[in-house]
Design a protein around this ligand. Sequence first.
Ligand SMILES: Cc1cc2nc3c(=O)[nH]c(=O)nc-3n(C[C@H](O)[C@H](O)[C@H](O)COP(=O)(O)OP(=O)(O)OC[C@H]3O[C@@H](n4cnc5c(N)ncnc54)[C@H](O)[C@@H]3O)c2cc1C
Length: 443
Amino acid sequence: MAAKLGRKAIVAGAGMGGLAAAAALARRFETVLVLDRDTLPDEAALRTGAGQGAHTHQLLKAGELSLEKLLPGITQQFVVAGARQMLVGRDVKVFDFGGWMDECDAGFTVTSLSRPAYEAVLRRRVVTLPGVSIQHETIVKRFIVEGGTCKGVELEDGTRISADFCIDATGVTGPLMAQLAEDGHAVFETENVKINVAYASAKFRQKPEHRGEAIGFFFLPGPPGKQFGFMLPIEDDQWIVSVGARGGDSPPKTIDELREYAKAFDAKVYDRISEAEATSQIRMFRKPMATRRKAWEAAKWPQGLIPIGDAMSSVNPTYGQGMTVAACEAEALAEILDKRATGGGGLDGLGAEYLPVAAEIAGRAWSLSVNSDYVYPETEGERPANFLMNRAMAQTLRKLAVEELDFRVFRYRLVHMVDSANALRDGPLAVRFFTALQGSIPA
Ligand SMILES: Cc1cc2nc3c(=O)[nH]c(=O)nc-3n(C[C@H](O)[C@H](O)[C@H](O)COP(=O)(O)OP(=O)(O)OC[C@H]3O[C@@H](n4cnc5c(N)ncnc54)[C@H](O)[C@@H]3O)c2cc1C
């Protein structure tokens, strides 16, 4: 039996982050209690607390790998639930910043399911872990902090539940970090970037001639284009299509308008959804800001409590990073817990060890997405001092990716968070990259 570090852990929030966190905690605590305010369905269904679930959700490769480490065999469970596996570079067609990427074999596949289906598979698996239980329709009001240490949670109805360790996985709209600050238990900065992104999405039955197809389309045309769109194959022979815009523009409001909107991106997308049966209503989502709550450099933060996923950092969803950041953070947490359980050391200072690692993971997603967001004039706010250099680097990498296969593969690995930008600086592509960059460095 795996060595335990504590008796009870509590996770507030049973979204992708909370479930991945529960998997990380399960081996090292006798019991793990996951609490969510929503009614959690048995099957893959939309729910109020995760309204974003109506929109395309790509699980990046790094997220898949992290979930697989936490829950071996989970990728196969996604496939059994109807996920399509797509070879990145070939099956996932990408149009970004001015043109289509030529096809290539990036060397890895991704799965494609709806967000409610990913969550349902994960939820069903996580409750089978020894000691883990999920309690729904339970609103967490605040973390109980005494003498600088989190001792558990207080529920909306006043019930108090003690725990040796707590995790905030209540997402970007979750109230707990703000409550922690209001109660005087934490002092941290919050950074917002006004991205003003709006989505409209619907699902369609694949027409007989396209049934079973496992291809996806991503359109992020770059400025001055403010519109974007994604189409992915999901469970039950369906497509999920999301289209949207930046800068306050309104996305389509009806299924027919959505079809027309998609037509502007590519005839192949339109062919697949024109006259296809819509299997859902059209749904909207507005995301005004990318937000990060800088717990990792907090002037005051309690022991025994950490945030995971969107509760700490939530970026523009068009880059598809949120679930992956949460999964990678959970994997990092599991590694820290394992090291402490096998090498001695209890829970003391766990937050201080986890937060910089989580900040690095979330920071990679933040800089990839926010640097791209700042290229659009619609993104409000002062550009950071290194913006022009970052832009030159991104443009150089894209140009090289169009021209050379190894840069294209590297760019896919970067976007899927399998490699970090450091791999470009220190790896075998460095000399060619920096030579090409020299010609485009801003004065
Ligand atoms: C339109 C859109 C498209 C997206 N596309 C992608 C994509 O392609 N790929 C990707 O990886 N990510 C995508 N994302 C981001 C992704 O949805 C999030 O990053 C991810 O869901 C974060 O998971 P989480 O568990 O941290 O938070 P959430 O999924 O938001 O879960 C938080 C949970 O906490 C619960 N909760 C909240 N408050 C309380 C409380 N007080 N007490 C108890 N429970 C509470 C909620 O009910 C919810 O279940 C997209 C987001 C949007 C908006």
